[in-house]
Design a protein around this ligand. Structure first.
Ligand code: E4P
Length: 218
């Protein structure tokens, strides 16, 4: 499963990229707004940091404008994937852009029926939002499993990207459910490293080694 960072913060992206395990980045208009830099400028900077798929979302809601915005975003860098919301105009724009060879990530997916439409429109990625589904009291991972099963049964090549991930358990469950990609905030990626037994074990190893070394020296 690929790991993406769900962030538009350059400091976080640099840290994650340095670890060598970040395969791509997802952004959304809220994340870009948080950085206070216009979309295209920030996406260009992100493409210089992470070498992988970089999702950049359109901010229009009418298909013709979405297609024009998508074409413009796609010229920023070869790694840009145009993100479109799962609304009627978004699916229409997804079909048009995919037919031109522009890779599309259909976002704000909350049902398997919606995911089917995205696949039929030729989407490169579908983004079901796990955390936001669970906020409403429904199990988010069932959706990942359903979409992965439907795509595999019918041979759709659209990748399932588990989005709106809130913690380490979501990442593990998404991998088990068959997600091709999980996108997560930097804080969650950072947490994936931690285990108290790793820390305790390392402290013990180093202390044993240092004690022995001190003994040899004296
Ligand atoms: C995905 O591409 C979205 O940017 C993101 O995962 C949304 O997550 P949130 O529900 O934590 O805002």
């Amino acid at each position: 499963m690929k790991i993406f960072l769900d962030s538009a913060n350059l400091q976080e992206l640099r840290k994650g990229a340095a670890w060598g395990i970040v395969d791509g980045v997802t952004t959304n208009p809220s994340l870009i707004a948080r950085e206070g830099v216009p979309m295209e400028e920030q996406i260009r900077k992100i493409c210089d940091i992470v070498d992988g798929d970089i999702s950049a979302e359109v901010v229009s809601t009418e298909s013709r404008e979405m297609i024009a915005d998508g074409r413009r975003l796609a010229t920023i860098h070869k790694n840009v994937v145009v993100k479109l919301p799962l609304i009627r105009d978004g699916i229409q724009a997804a079909k048009a852009l995919s037919s031109e060879g522009i890779r599309v990530n259909v976002t704000l997916c909350f049902s398997a029926a919606q995911a089917l439409l995205a696949a039929k429109a030729g989407a490169y990625i579908i983004s079901p939002f796990i955390g936001r589904i669970e906020d409403t009291g429904w199990p988010g991972m069932d959706l990942i499993e359903d979409i992965a099963a439907i795509y595999s049964k019918h041979g759709y090549r659209t990748q399932v990207l588990a989005a709106s991930i809130r913690g380490a358990l979501h990442v593990v469950e998404a991998a088990k459910a068959g997600a091709h990609i999980a996108t997560m905030p930097f804080k969650v990626l950072d947490q994936l490293f931690d285990h108290p037994l790793t820390e305790r074990g390392l402290n013990q190893f180093l202390s044993d080694y240092n004690k022995a070394f001190e003994l040899v020296k004296s």
